[in-house]
Every structure is written in structure tokens, then in C-alpha cells.
Ligand binder design. Sequence first.
Ligand code: ADP
Ligand code: MG
Ligand code: ZN
Length: 612
Amino acid sequence: MNKRWRNAGLYALMVVILIFLATTVLDRQPQTTASWPYSQFIDKVEAGQVEKVNISADRSRAQVMTGDGQRVLVNLPPDPQLLNTLQTNSVDIAVSPTTEDSPWVRVLSTLLIPFLLLVVLFFVLRRAQSGPGSQAMNFGKSRARVQMEPQTQITFGDVAGIEQAKLELAEVVDFLKNADRFTAVGAKIPKGVLLVGPPGTGKTLLAKAVAGEAGVPFFSISGSEFVEMFVGVGASRVRDLFEQAKANAPCIVFIDEIDAVGRQRGAGLGGGNDEREQTLNQLLTEMDGFEGNTGIIIIAATNRPDVLDAALLRPGRFDRQVVVDRPDYAGRLEILNVHARGKTLSQDVDLEKIARRTPGFTGADLANLLNEAAILAARRNLTEVSMDEVNDAIDRVMAGPEKKDRVMSEKRKSLVAFHEAGHALVGALMPDYDPVQKISIIPRGQAGGLTWFTPSEDRMDSGLYSRSYLQNQMAVALGGRIAEELIFGEEEVTTGASNDLQQVARVARQMVTRFGMSDRLGPVALGRAQGGMFLGRDIMAERDFSEETAAAIDDEVRNLVDQAYRRAKSVLMENRSVLDTLAAMLVERETVDSEELQDLLATSDVKMATIA
Ligand code: ADP
Ligand code: MG
Ligand code: ZN
């Protein structure tokens, strides 16, 4: 059954149950709550405290009303003296004419109303279901999730750190504001702009800002909502959307997650999705349908431009693409400035420092970060947000909240301390590796402890990693496990290093098969790049090499890992006393930051690692 009908059914059931409860309660209310034994009843009658008695038709029970308005139930034995006693004490006597108290009648009358309701509902549902298709569509339409904001109130001032994208969209604002000028010289205004970028980089915000700057209404709908609709509804929803847009032109139509409808047709698992294709076709028809400068500009957003159907990207459709990328240092600083507005920050909060610590954060991450810090400050009963809250918030956003309540035995604490100290020390003593940002043995998320490194901006931007960097990375990842071995012996190593080992294996394999960094196999890429399961294109990586090559790959991977292992081990053995000191610091303070580590290294006699 369709989800929506199931919901309607559940809803109806809930209503029925509520009515049932309500009628039961109402039915009970005038009845007595307390009951008396017969002897007490007679005592009360003789004491003159009973005003009225209502006896059931079968004479087995009575409802008693006392002088002070209380209602009490009494079970009556066959007492021939009863009427007499009541009369002598001048109690009003009534006898119920019907068998009102028969439990059967009560139950049936209570159930009758809900039963009738159920029957009615049943017929309503039946009719709706078997009715013509248009009924279902009307149902869909009535709950249309096309959202319209007459004024978004958002301007380019609210969007920071993505200057290039803003620049390109400023043009669109111009089109919307001065359509006549462009029409006069015969210029065709673009119909569609595709915003491409990872989640949280501000695509929705940017689209709203365009509408806000141009002062036009903002219509929005999300691609994923089309897909979950009834058959035929997606397409009708698109028609609907454009009807509304035309009636409100000039305006912006924003389609979020367009990849959900706009995937390559005929691709994907489990055969094509007719519903999606119909929706996509309708979208293309609508886009081709409005001629010239109608004043509707469609902005779509996606983080998967590679899966989009080529038809969407043809001229006259989404022929403009604007990349909205993660902000760099300067961009992050600007975004922080935007979101620091309206928050009470104390003097010591240094936005530049925050921007330095957060490479890879998106605008949404940064907004979230400052908000978390503010929440922490409020929870700590502070009037201002200080750098402490910001630092805690950064850790939280990066790695999930700390699990402070988890009690750690001394043994475990020391083990985690040596593990993390191992990572940190190997990292700090490798030439050409990222600086250590912070070491912590407070468990968070899945991790028992964590060592943060600050990735260099260059490397993040270019995405290029040198061979020596990758070798160092493997050594650092192995450092945790090796420290455990050195201190507690091979018997005592824990499963805590399983993530580290996975990372090492992955890096080594990529170096051999994808980056051509193996001496023995040379600069070849082996096996096709692995496509994600839901790309809709190649489903699995195919092997295009022989058994011997496969064996050679395994050998080379092994060699790389062994080499990294030896390097890390020798660094840790040669700097054993520093390792001990660092672990002791961690056990005592739980976190050690980059300055404290630098101090330690500067005052100790350290030996750098050899170059691989
Ligand atoms: P996307 O649509 O790309 O996933 P959103 O536009 O929904 O991202 O961003 C979510 C929130 O993150 C915004 O409402 C805003 O508060 C913040 N944000 C994201 N990018 C920026 C930015 N460049 N400048 C200012 N705030 C941003
Ligand atoms: Mg969005
Ligand atoms: Zn580890």
C-alpha cells in the first residue's frame, strides 16, 4: 500500500481510539467512584447521611447519593427490610426502569460510535483508492511542497567567502532587475544556472540571496521529494511549479538536489525509474517551453554534477555552471565574521585563529561551530562566548561530542595515552608532515582518543600528496599500535588500532595501484577507478591484470607497510623518554595542545626520523 494511504489509515485509527477513550470516560463520569459494603451503607442511612438511593431494576445494586453530594455504589443482598429502613430514615428511593447496568449493554453502546466511524472511514478510503487517477493527484497537489517565499530577506552580505560564485550570480540579479535592457538589445537571458558544490557550502543561501537582491519571489522544491511521490505526481508537480512561477514572474525557481531527478536516464540499479524519467522529461519540456525572457530563472543545486543527464546541461537549459567550493582561509574568516554578528564574543576570541584551525570546514560547519560555542557558553552560565567554548566546539564539530561520563580505568587510560602519544610523536618527528594540532585521550564517537593534525592549506587545495607524505602518513598511523607494543608487549596490544590499520592498508594499496608509486610495478594504474555503488555507471571496479600482477601488488603493499612500520618503530625507540613524558602528560591532563607539545620537544633531546 502506498505510504500516504497507510498514514491516512493510521491517522483514522488514532482518531477512533481517541473517540473510544473519550466515550468510555464520559460514560463513566456520572457513575460512582467509591463503593461501600452493605453494612456501612445501612449505618450511613441510619445516621441520616444518605439522601437518595437509585436501585437497579434487578435489585442487586444501588447508587447512593449522600447528603454532601458524594456518589457511592453498593451491592445489595436480598434484604426484605431494606425499603423499610430507607423509608423510616426518609431517604428518596428510585428504581431504574431499564437494565441499564447490564455490562453487555454498556460495552455495546460504548463501541457503537467508533464502530460506525470505522465503517464510514472504510468506505471513504475504499472510494479514494479505487477512484480515478486524478484523485490521487489532487491529494498530492493539495499537499504540494513547492515552497514560496515572497521575500527571502537574504542579501549577498549574508553570503561570504565564495566571491567568485557571488560575482557570477550578480549577473543573474541584473537580468532579473533589468530584463528590458537585455531584451532591447536582443540578448537572451539564460534560463538555468547550476550550482555545483559539496553540501553546506551555501548553495541554497546563494540562491535565496539572488532572489533577495533582485527583490523577486523564491520558489523552491527538492529533487528528492519528486522521487518519493506517486507515479505521475512528480511530473504534475513540475507542471504545477512552473504554472505558479509564470504567474509570479519575475522570480527564481530553486531545485535542490537536482541529481535525484536529473540522473542519466536508463542508469541505476534495478532497472530504470519510470517516475523519475517522467519527472525529468517534464522538467526539460517546461524549460524548453518558456520562450524568450519570461523572467523566470531556474537555479538548481547538486553535489554530483557527474551523474546528471547530459540533456539537462544542453544550451538553453542549465548551460551555466557555478562552482561553490569549500572556503579557503580568507573565506573562512569572512564567514566567521558574518556568523559572529549577533553573538556576544569575549575579547579573547580570535576569529583568525579559528579560521586557521579549520581547513576543510564549510560555511555550514562554521555557522554550526559558532552556534555550538554559544550553546556551550549558555550551558556554562557565561555571559560571553570565550575561546574555551570555541575550542571545545571545534573538537565537537570535528569528532562528535566527548564522552566524559565514560569511566576509564587507569590501565586503559595509560594505554590510550601511549597510543595517542605514539601517533603524535611519529607525526611530529617526520620531516614533511602536518603539524600536530592537539592530542586527546578523551573518548569521542568511536575513537578511544584522538590526535589532530593541521593539514596544510596547499595540500588541501591541490589535493596533491607526495610519495614521502604518504609514507609518513602510514608511519604516523602505525605509531599508535607500535607504542602499545613497545610499552605493554605484543601480547597486550588492543583492537583500538583497527581503524589505523585500515587506513594504512588503503594508503599502501592506492600508492601501488593508482598512483604508480611502486618501484617494482612502475608508474601504472591497475584496475579501473572504483565507482560508488549508486553512481549508476560502472558498478564494480574491474580487474584488468593477471594473477601474477595481483601477487606482485600484494607484495609491494606489504613492503610499503613494513617499511613504514620499521621507520615508526625506530623513531619511537630512539625517543622513548619523550614518549614516556608525553604519555604521562596525557594521563594527567587528558589533552595536550600544539604549544605544549612544541615546548616538550624543544626541551628534550629528540632525534628526527630518517627520510624514507
Ligand atoms: P548547501 O545548500 O550548499 O548545502 P546551505 O546554503 O543550506 O548549504 O548552508 C547552510 C547554512 O550554512 C546557511 O544557512 C548558512 O547559515 C551557513 N553558510 C553556508 N555557507 C555560507 C557562506 N558562504 N556564508 C555564510 N554562511 C554560510
Ligand atoms: Mg541546500
Ligand atoms: Zn590510533
